[in-house]
Design a protein around this ligand. Sequence first.
Ligand code: PSU
Ligand code: MN
Length: 335
Amino acid sequence: MLVSVLRRFSAGVPTTMVRTGVCPVTHRQKSSAFRIHPRVEEALAEGQPIVALESTIITHGMPYPQNISMASEVEEIVRANGSVPATVGIIKGKVHIGLCDEEIKFLATCKDCVKVSRRDLPYVLSQGLSGGSTVSGTMVAAHHAGIPIFVTGGIGGVHRDGENTMDISADLTELGRTPVAVISAGVKSILDIGRTLEYLETQGVCVSTFGDSRDFPAFFTPSSGFKAPYHVRNEEEAAQLIASSLELRLDSGVLISVPIPSEYAASGLMMEEAIRQALEEARLQGIVGKEVTPFLLRRVNEITGGKSLDSNIALIKNNAKVGSRIAVALSKIQK
Ligand code: PSU
Ligand code: MN
């Protein structure tokens, strides 16, 4: 207690008064590549539950203004369910862990923001650029700060035809090398879901669904036709799974897939048709590399007349609720 009080005073910021939404007057860390928001620092020092959130979803995954309202609503849901939100993003060459409202607005409206995965971090920092962190970039930051839980919508995976193009998201290798638990709604069917699960197995990632079924979710729809190896029935079981992974010091991540609530699920057939068309357009236009996922997300949303975006937002909010409760359960185990 005394230590944390002293820490607060030495930071020069009365951190109990601020929430992550408020811009800090100062950060304690002056020289490192990272900037941890005082509210997140306080939560870390006191062992409060924290949920990391990504920002490529803000910069590249959703259009303005839905991206900004989604980002602040998701933070609010995390708070309402007992955890401190820590949205990660890169602002002028620093990796921020915990963004204030102004910084989220900056990312939501910037035109030249970079999509930042692990491999992009050194360049973006050296050039003082700004960007949204992907699942892999966010895991690097969460691990640096010591945040074991991270909520997103969907992770990247093995792309369709990936066995020829070798287009396999860095999210999968990150899950294999970084001990952070990722709560997502499974893998989008723009990807090859079967090969994605195979690749996660190769990487040693413990994959589990959340709920009574082992049906691996396909983002917009609650099941993909593939099974996860395991399922956890509730937040406590999920927290126990994460605690065991940390205890083992495996240095690899855990993937917990939460199916989209059925009332928000999109028609699988409609999504499949939109995805088929978007994939064909990407091929004809020669879209490759890191542009593929943002292109497909945008086109699928346009083709479905915004229906995919509605489902996308609903499932992220649901993941935020579940993830925040898992973080609360984990912090009780760790006390
Ligand atoms: N899936 C979504 N929305 C997203 C992404 C994936 O439904 O915004 C983003 C995430 O940040 C993810 C990244 O980490 O795309 C994966 O990109 P790539 O396929 O290029 O690895
Ligand atoms: Mn790729």
